[in-house]
Design a protein. Structure first.
Lengths: 164, 164
């Protein structure tokens, strides 16, 4: 099962390496990862998606807390939460398919933000499953030139007595 | 100067660790980073922001190409491009400030997606500088409980003869 984890960590050189390395040396997978400073430039928030049983997820949390830069860890998937992913796509429409593409984009609240050399750049913010479906729909009527995704960001709803 | 780099890499265990480690062992900084699979599940696209002179940026590119998992590297900042960042914020409005907050959100095309325990969750997709400004405006009229950002995704406009 997929789990989304949020991690607050000191914005120190090597902090990301230590987190990523803990996953790879122990054989835990990282599906996607985003990290950027919070409103406090000395603290970054990292969101990652990993797969595993509840036991494995518990082990990962324990290992994360052992890392010197890690301040807090939250398994967001265990809470009522909001998840959003940004996706950008560059594609070339198949012949006569531009109208079909626009219909699909409308249905997914996606937007064409550039059109140069007959290559469209599309942006969309949605939950990751919806982005998967959009990508599949578009691949049937175009050639995908580039696909960039952030993986999900996630925030737990309401007051958790923890800033995550 | 800040540079946004896009990297295509084999979706192999340890690939992210090797990229992050190259940066930290050589003293190059990573401001933000996002990585997720493309439409081809065996290939991930990583977008990162780093700082340095043109010479340093050139060195980073050379070092990246030496890594076994790296397929292609593009310094997107050197091309005409589109940059977007997803940001999610959980905040508690200061007394009597909820209307002011809504005015600011309207100006920035940001949306309230949840309201539980008097904590608002906000989502917005914009260029990173605009997100910085929004965050500053909101911090003046609320207590920020959680801030999650993806850092920018970036796509170069038009045909580059490279899938980035």
């Amino acid at each position: 099962m997929k789990h989304t984890k949020a991690i607050l960590l000191q914005n120190e050189s090597g902090a990301l390496t230590r987190v990523a390395s803990m996953f790879s040396t122990r054989g835990y997978n990282i599906d996607s990862l985003s990290v950027a400073p919070t409103d406090n430039p000395s603290i970054s928030r990292l969101t990652l998606v990993t797969e595993g049983s509840d036991e494995v997820i518990g082990q990962i949390t324990k290992q994360l807390y052992k890392l010197i830069d890690v301040i807090d860890v939250l398994n967001i998937s265990q809470h009522d939460h909001i998840e959003r992913e940004l996706m950008m796509i560059k594609l070339k429409a198949n012949d006569d398919k531009e109208d079909n593409i626009k219909t699909v984009l409308y249905d997914y609240s996606a937007t064409i933000v550039n059109d140069k050399d007959r290559l469209l750049i599309i942006e969309v913010m949605a939950n990751p499953l919806k982005n998967d479906n959009l990508l599949e729909a578009l691949s049937a009527m175009s050639t995908l030139v580039a696909v960039a995704r952030t993986g999900p960001l996630a925030l737990a709803k309401g007051d958790l007595k923890i800033n995550l």
